[in-house]
Every structure is written in structure tokens, then in C-alpha cells.
Design a protein around this ligand. Structure first.
Ligand code: PMP
Length: 419
């Protein structure tokens, strides 16, 4: 049994913890990280991780881009660069964002080490201990971890199959303010959300922007999956509608390669200097090498076609997952039907504790992420996130079938099955 146990917490020895700063108490391993060691065993079908699938990326082409860069411009690529990010790449990022309706000035962009670093910097600039950050229910585990480290109080706002519900946002703002607490920003992922896969429709985007503008709350729009729509393009970015009140986070992790670690923040002009100073204190400057690799790639390679190839690859996997859920999951389960991105969110009968179920799933050679990882307040115990981005369609079918069997057995054991 110890072989399949999952250790969710790894505390430091107590004598060390007394020497840490108070904020270190919020530095806890995420549920997903704790799962990785088990889920990455080759015999397990991992529907847990959100790793992009690089099998559609031609490696010879990438090798050529890197080789050419070093031979022709190695002295710049291997040198320190600008704290704000390379000017040429910032211009090219404007072209990428134009695909989602954003008209931006390259001077308002700060390049970061993945959009995760941008989340950290925004949090550092805005959050004092106890400040409220509003997020979707559920939300991205990496953002929740960052907000926790800055000692924010995270308040979840209800979603339905179309994403955040504007009336619930109004109600949340009202009740937080009635309690005399400060709201620093709303964080949301409007496109193919992590973890639910849902996409916020255009009219809700406008309504949420209006609510936040009136309430003087910044909107942090995190958009790593926006260009990964399978069936139709996603609606325009929220930033396309509001350049004053939206902090937009972008990333090349899902459209080119996550290992290059290049993301960016497009911010209202008044915030740019603070963001650059905050970034310089943590990394001096983003890597010139990976920025210029991306810049050469965007300049010389058919990157739009490459994104289309990624979409094709993920669409086939999404279809395999939805079909096999239909076939193998119990009638009592419901799940989202994503139009893009990496994830499906499954709700099971409330008696099923998906975290407690995990060891049984591992015995059946399948892994997922339990739903409560995506809540700051312990909810989500009967939900799970399944990702279809990485395994082959055959492995996805195999994994969903095995997981369906585990769930049905658990329901039978508890007497919750309808049939
Ligand atoms: N935001 C969301 C919603 C994500 O899913 C991820 C990665 N899984 C990130 C931000 C961070 O991405 P990166 O740092 O690779 O750009």
C-alpha cells in the first residue's frame, strides 16, 4: 500500500520552521505536484498533469532555429538583456495578441518567465496580507498557490457551464465590502478555463468588465489557452474591450513550447514601471536566449499553422475523452464539454470523495487531479479534473474506462448507484 500512497504535505523539520518568515507558512506543495511522482510512472495513464503535448512540434525545425540564432546572434542571445523584455519580441507579441482583438503598444508589455512569474509579480505589487482576491470557483491551482503565499484571502465566485456568473460576482463584491474588506483584483481565465475547460461568452465578458470598472477592481485576465479553440475561435479577449482596467497575461507555453518559459503581461501604462522593477528584483531580466528563439521562430516559421496542428492534436484527444466518458462513466456523473484547451471537469455524486478515491484509481493504473485542489476553501471534494492533452487517444480511452470502473465500484459500495 505504501507503494501507491500519495503524500500531499511535506513540511520542513519543526526546528527549521521556527526560523522561517511568517509568509513561508503559505508555501505548501500543490496537490498536483504531490501527484506527479505517482502519476508519471509509465504504467499509469495520467489524466492528471496539464503538460503541453510537444509531439506535433517539429524538433528539427526548432533545432535549426536555435542553431541559426547562436551562429548569427549568439553574443546577444547569450547576454543579459532588458528587464522589460526584448523590444523585437514585444512587437511580435502585439501581432499574436491581435488574433484575439487586442490592439496594444509594445511599450506596455513586460516579458516574464512564463505567465506564472507575471502572476507572482502582480500579487507582490497588489496584495497585502488579508486582502481579498476574487477568483472563479474552481480556479487554477498555480494561481491559488501564489495568492496564498502573499497571504491573500481568496473568495470564489460561482460559475456555470458558461463560466463566471455576473450576478454572483456582484453579490460577492457586495458581501466582501459589507464585511469591510479590501478587494484587490478579480482573477479569471476566460478561455477554456483551467480546470473546467469552459469558455466565457462575449456578453458575460462585457458585463464582468462593466461590474469591475464600476467597482474599481482590476481584472487580471489569464489567457494561456485562448488560441487553442477547436471548433470555433474564442471570443475577443477582455483586454480588447478595456485597456485601462485589465491586466492581461499571455504565454507561449501552450502555443510554442512550455520549456522556453516565455510569457508576458500587458498592463495599463501606469503599472508598467512597477512591474519592471518587481521583475528585475527577482530575475534581473527574462532570458534573451529563449526570447530570441521565440522571436526568430515567429519571424521565420509558419507559427499560425503550428497552432492549428496543436489544435488538431488536442481536438482528437478531447473527442476520445468525451466519447469514453459517455461510454464508461456512471449515469450520475456530469462533465463539461470543452471547445478548446486541455481539461474536462467531472462532478460525481456528493458522497464520493475524489481525494480518498485516488489510491484506488492508482491501483487501476489511472491518475487524475482531485477537485479540492482547485479551491482555496476545501470545496470540490466530489469533483475531478481530467486532462486529455498528453496521452494518446488509445491511452485516454483506457484510462477513462479504468476510472469509470473505479467510480462505479465505489458508488456500489456506498449504495449510491442508480443502476
Ligand atoms: N495560467 C494558467 C491558467 C495555466 O494553466 C498555466 C500553466 N498550466 C499558467 C498560467 C502558467 O503557465 P506558464 O508559466 O507556463 O506560462
Amino acid at each position: 500500500m505504501s507503494d501507491i500512497s500519495i503524500r500531499y504535505q511535506t513540511g520542513a523539520p519543526q526546528h527549521l520552521e521556527t526560523r522561517f518568515a511568517a509568509r513561508a507558512a503559505g508555501m505548501l506543495p500543490s496537490e498536483i505536484r504531490a501527484l506527479f511522482a505517482v502519476a508519471s510512472r509509465p504504467e499509469i495513464v495520467s489524466l492528471a498533469g496539464g503538460m503541453p503535448n510537444l509531439s506535433a512540434l517539429p524538433m528539427e525545425m526548432m533545432a535549426g532555429v536555435v542553431n541559426e540564432l547562436i551562429l548569427t546572434n549568439g553574443s546577444e542571445a547569450l547576454q543579459y538583456g532588458s528587464g522589460q523584455g526584448h523590444p523585437k519580441l514585444r512587437e511580435q507579441i502585439c501581432d499574436v495578441m491581435a488574433l484575439e482583438g487586442i490592439r496594444a503598444n509594445a511599450d506596455d508589455i513586460v516579458v516574464t518567465t512564463g505567465s506564472q512569474q507575471a502572476l507572482d509579480l502582480i500579487s507582490r505589487i497588489f496584495i497585502d496580507p488579508g486582502d481579498v482576491v476574487l477568483v472563479e470557483a474552481p480556479s487554477y491551482v498555480g494561481a491559488l498557490g501564489t495568492f496564498r503565499q502573499y497571504e491573500a484571502s481568496v473568495v470564489h465566485v460561482e460559475m456555470d457551464h458558461d463560466g463566471m456568473i455576473p450576478d454572483s460576482l456582484r453579490a460577492a463584491i457586495k458581501s466582501v465590502r459589507a464585511a469591510g474588506r479590501k478587494i484587490k483584483f478579480l482573477y479569471l481565465i476566460p478561455n477554456y478555463q483551467n480546470p473546467t475547460g469552459v469558455c466565457l461568452p462575449a456578453d458575460r465578458r462585457t458585463e464582468i468588465l462593466n461590474i469591475c470598472r464600476e467597482a474599481e477592481i482590476f481584472v487580471v485576465e489569464d489567457n494561456p489557452y485562448g488560441l487553442l479553440g477547436f471548433d470555433k475561435p474564442s471570443p475577443n479577449a477582455m483586454r480588447a474591450e478595456d485597456s485601462e482596467n485589465v491586466i492581461y497575461l499571455g504565454s507561449f507555453s501552450k502555443t510554442i513550447a512550455s520549456g522556453l518559459r516565455v510569457g508576458w503581461a500587458l498592463v495599463p501604462q501606469s503599472l508598467k514601471d512597477k512591474l519592471v522593477i518587481a521583475s528585475e528584483s527577482s530575475i534581473l531580466c527574462p532570458s534573451n536566449f529563449t526570447q530570441l528563439t521565440i522571436s526568430s521562430y515567429l519571424a521565420d516559421q509558419p507559427w499560425r499553422d503550428q497552432i492549428a496542428s496543436f489544435c488538431e492534436l488536442y481536438k482528437v484527444r478531447r473527442d476520445a475523452m468525451l466519447e469514453s466518458l459517455e461510454q464508461h462513466f456512471p449515469a450520475e456523473a456530469t462533465w463539461t464539454k470543452p471547445g478548446g484547451g486541455f481539461y474536462v471537469w467531472v462532478n460525481l455524486p456528493a458522497e464520493i470523495d475524489t481525494k480518498a478515491l485516488m489510491p484506488k484509481a492508482i491501483v487501476a493504473k489511472v491518475a487524475y487531479v482531485p477537485g479540492n485542489a482547485f479551491y482555496a476553501d476545501g470545496l470540490g471534494s466530489w469533483s475531478m479534473r481530467l486532462s486529455y492533452c498528453h496521452p494518446t487517444p488509445e491511452r485516454i480511452r483506457e484510462g477513462v474506462k479504468a476510472l469509470g470502473g473505479v467510480i462505479k465500484q465505489e458508488m456500489k459500495r456506498r449504495g449510491t448507484a442508480l443502476n
